[in-house]
Write a new protein. Structure first.
Length: 291
């Protein structure tokens, strides 16, 4: 069979796109539901005649990786109690951080948040509300004291909920249109992710080649000496850098990122703008440019 492809959410962030406070409450007051966005590994699980199959989300044009053997035996036993079907969710560690999911000692949970098929009934064209109620009915088949399969809460969206998730270190929220169908492989505006965004100013020390040529990514260093890269934002900037790359070495860039990992990595870092004088922080000398 073909590997299932999950539906994806569109980003809702930044001062223009992301309303806050009462404006958020007003925008999503009707026809939307809010779920917490979990920090784990996307996972689709198929149950068929008592057999469990699982796949990751496809990456960079490749098909999803089989995750069946990566699921703990105890989790697979619990999953076998669910009705035949295809479930969408997240494989998460109890620590709440995606980098812990792959640790052999981590206690992982499959958190189901959608269902694409139950028995022989295709639910992808059914609205979110029907899929949600069907999923909850299926999860009632789970053993009462198990701790390997769960789900997220689904509530009317409020900005207070988003702030509560951020305040306890959560990644963010997903707001989903109640009438939305399930669109495999589509990054849909019917699902919107609301993520916390931080900013940092780093210095350009070089470039990395890629599909867009020798200046596809900017190599950056922060005040602590940590080096990271972000994609060069657009064709215009690529052309300008190519005309005089040395002029860009030593300049400062403001990036947006989700959080810093324990190793200092800027998670989901992306170029925002070249920094002005007031935004420039003291960093070590750029040194020799690398490619």
């Amino acid at each position: 069979m073909m590997t299932p492809t999950p539906m994806l959410a569109s980003a809702l962030r930044g001062p223009v796109q992301l309303p806050t406070g009462a404006a958020f409450d007003t925008k999503f007051a009707h026809e939307w539901a809010l779920e917490e966005k979990l920090d784990g590994h996307r996972c689709l699980v198929q149950l068929h005649e008592g057999e469990v199959s699982a796949w990751s989300r496809p990456q960079a044009g490749h098909g999803g990786v089989a995750l069946t053997r990566a699921l703990p035996a105890e989790m697979r036993e619990v999953l076998r109690t669910l009705p035949t079907g295809l479930y969408d969710g997240e494989l998460v560690a109890t620590s709440g951080k995606s980098w812990d999911v792959v640790r052999k000692t981590a206690h992982t949970i499959f958190v189901a948040f959608d269902i694409l098929r139950i028995v022989d009934l295709d639910l992808t064209q059914a609205p979110y509300t029907l899929r949600r109620s069907t999923l909850l009915d299926a999860l009632r088949m789970l053993p009462s004291k198990q701790d390997r399969v769960s789900t997220v809460t689904s509530n009317a969206p409020t900005w207070a909920q988003v702030q509560a998730i951020w305040s306890r270190g959560g990644e963010g929220a997903i707001v989903k249109r109640l009438a939305s169908t399930y669109q495999p492989g589509v990054r849909s505006p019917d699902w919107l992710k609301v993520k916390a965004v931080h900013a940092a100013t780093l210095q350009v020390i070089g470039f990395e080649a890629g599909k867009s040529g020798p200046y596809s990514a900017l190599q950056l260093r922060d005040a602590t000496g940590h080096v990271t890269t972000v994609k060069t934002p657009d064709r215009t900037t690529l052309t300008e850098i190519a005309a005089n790359p040395d002029a860009y070495v030593g300049r400062h860039v403001v990036i947006q990122f989700q959080e810093r990992t324990p190793t200092g990595h800027y998670r989901h870092g992306r170029f925002d703008h070249f920094a002005g004088p007031a935004e420039v922080m003291t960093v070590p000398p750029a040194g020799q440019r690398t490619r």
